[in-house]
Design a protein around this ligand. Structure first.
Ligand SMILES: Cc1cc2nc3c(=O)[nH]c(=O)nc-3n(C[C@H](O)[C@H](O)[C@H](O)COP(=O)(O)OP(=O)(O)OC[C@H]3O[C@@H](n4cnc5c(N)ncnc54)[C@H](O)[C@@H]3O)c2cc1C
Length: 495
């Protein structure tokens, strides 16, 4: 049964809405929650396994999180933040596995070492310094470094076989890395929600309007994509977890806090290889260095994937441009999102990001041979016939007003909330699904501060996420304990 006046409406059935729904129901089982989803099932957009790379982003291997400053020092502060955000997800998933809500952790998370791999003297020097800075911190305990061809080939044979020249190479590896099937995980979470009273999910229902009522509630109208019938509910709290569809919905809600925001869609392609002879010989996620001018999420990587129990290898992403905000969206999405308030910021971003425009044009014009040449840099013996193209999900990067430059392009995520915190939207895409639990906790802190201050919510939240309120960046002993516990529950490596 759908409540016509639910406490909470979740828009979108991806990893973000599902994670927030699960946390809310654990904290307050009596909540009435209604979820609307345009498509016929959950996790069919960015959260679907092949629409993302499935990296459990803990900033182990992604070089863009550790910039080098002009004085030659390496800044690991952003990497540490992302690293411990992943611990929040690990704790929530462990809690759900331990309580039996998810039967088998291997159905969505698998141990896959995370590696960074670079070539050339400058990059090798950078990686060595980065390793020194990171491995000195307890969060990166167990990280290994090598510039020895034999050792690197031992970690990832495909990377080194067929490499003929004598160039300098180096790699770091951390065996506690993971590959996550966020699609399978979303299914587990939505299944867990639907097993509880007070929760209903409506597939094939597109939310077309969100309006504020004089009593403070939000009227959410969702149209049945088959029959055209419109369902209307009045909610106390709305979470717009609609992925690329969040910006248009936020614009419909018409809150002043969202004025001036725009979106810049980036599409993506992978090369995918399902041949067991290849997949069984690659057991790592190997991240390289991004090309000059490319957006941070375009770092090439050669990834072991485990989806539905089968091993594959993925390489990419090759970025592209499509005006759609969702893979199943409309080519008009970008144009329909233009408002008088965001024209200025959007034009400023176009003016200030010429490198990015150039990079995207280059990517769009890439032929198959260009794509294989890029793969060759990571897997010199790759055979074209083993690989096929796989279309990835859409990402909508945030464009926001900026007093100095007019507009800014952001590659992270941002929660944009109404002043009274009764509605919040999640914009942006990175680090992404890995930090869904951290994002859900941020929603609780932003929108439910009074409830979170009660003993009942606080003690339950600490049962689910034992590190809540503790800085894992500061507390080495706590980190060690939490990682050992979650590694055991999730059947992943611990060092
Ligand atoms: C190429 C690529 C690689 C990535 N790699 C990684 C990675 O390695 N690791 C990682 O952690 N993250 C990664 N991400 C990011 C990650 O996939 C996303 O952050 C995450 O899946 C977003 O989840 P979501 O629930 O917000 O959105 P989605 O999964 O897109 O779900 C949103 C849902 O809302 C629905 N919806 C939209 N509009 C409406 C409406 N009006 N009414 C009803 N329903 C609506 C959509 O149909 C969709 O099902 C990657 C993303 C991409 C595109």
């Amino acid at each position: 049964m759908t409540a016509t006046t639910p406490d909470v409406v979740l828009i979108g059935a991806g990893i973000m809405s599902a994670t927030l729904g699960v946390l809310l129901k654990e904290l307050e089982p009596s909540l009435e929650i209604t979820m609307f989803e345009t498509l016929e099932d959950c996790a069919l957009e960015s959260s679907q396994a092949w629409n993302n790379a499935g990296t459990g982003h803990a900033a182990n291997c992604e070089l863009n999180y550790t910039p080098e400053w002009p004085d030659g020092s390496i800044d690991i502060s952003r990497a540490l933040e992302v690293n411990v955000e992943f611990d929040v997800s690990r704790q929530l998933w462990s809690y759900l596995v331990t309580k039996g809500a998810i039967a088998d952790p291997r159905s969505f998370v698998n141990p896959v070492p995370h590696m960074s791999f670079v070539r050339g003297a400058d990059n090798v020097a950078f990686l060595k310094k980065r390793f020194k800075a990171m491995s000195a911190h307890h969060c990166y305990h167990g990280m290994e470094y090598s510039d020895n061809w034999v050792q690197i080939a031992n970690w990832a044979p495909l990377l080194m076989e067929g490499r003929t020249n004598e160039e300098l190479v180096a790699a770091t590896r951390i065996v506690t890395g993971t590959d996550v099937d966020y699609g399978a995980l979303t299914h587990h979470l939505v299944r867990h929600l639907t097993s509880q009273p007070g929760f209903s999910v409506h597939y094939r229902h597109r939310v077309g309007d969100i309006r504020r009522e004089p009593d403070g509630r939000w009227t959410v109208k969702a149209q049945d994509t088959g029959s055209g019938e419109v369902q209307e509910v009045k909610a106390k709290f709305v979470f717009i977890g609609a992925g690329g569809g969040a910006l248009p919905l936020l614009q419909k809600a018409d809150i002043p806090q969202a004025h001036g925001y725009g979106g810049f869609p980036v599409s993506g392609l992978w090369l995918r290889c399902d041949d067991p002879k290849v997949a069984e010989r690659h057991h790592a996620k190997v991240y390289g260095k991004a090309a000059t001018g490319s957006p941070p999420m375009s770092v090439p990587h050669l990834d072991a994937r485990v989806i539905g129990g089968k091993r594959s290898v993925l390489f990419g992403p090759y970025a592209g441009f499509s005006s759609k905000f969702l893979k199943h969206g409309s080519l008009l999405d970008l144009f329909e999102s233009v408002r008088p308030a965001n024209v200025g910021p959007m034009l400023s971003v176009a003016r200030d990001n010429f490198d990015l425009t150039e990079y995207l044009i280059g990517q769009v014009l890439q032929s198959e041979s260009h794509r294989l040449a890029a793969l060759d840099e990571y897997y010199p013996n790759a055979k074209a016939e083993d690989w096929r193209l796989q279309v990835a999900g859409q990402r909508v990067q945030i464009i926001k007003p900026d007093t100095r430059r007019g507009g800014m392009l952001e590659f992270g995520t941002e929660l944009v909330a109404a002043e009274d915190r009764s509605l919040v939207a999640l914009l942006g895409a990175s680090p992404g699904a890995s930090t869904a639990a951290h994002i859900a906790v941020s929603v609780l802190q932003k929108c439910f501060p009074e409830e979170l201050a009660t003993n009942a919510w606080l003690s339950k939240l600490r049962e689910i996420i034992p590190s809540y309120g503790v800085s894992l960046i500061e507390d080495a002993a706590f980190t060690k304990r939490v990682r050992a516990d979650t590694a055991k529950a999730l059947e992943i490596e611990n060092v």
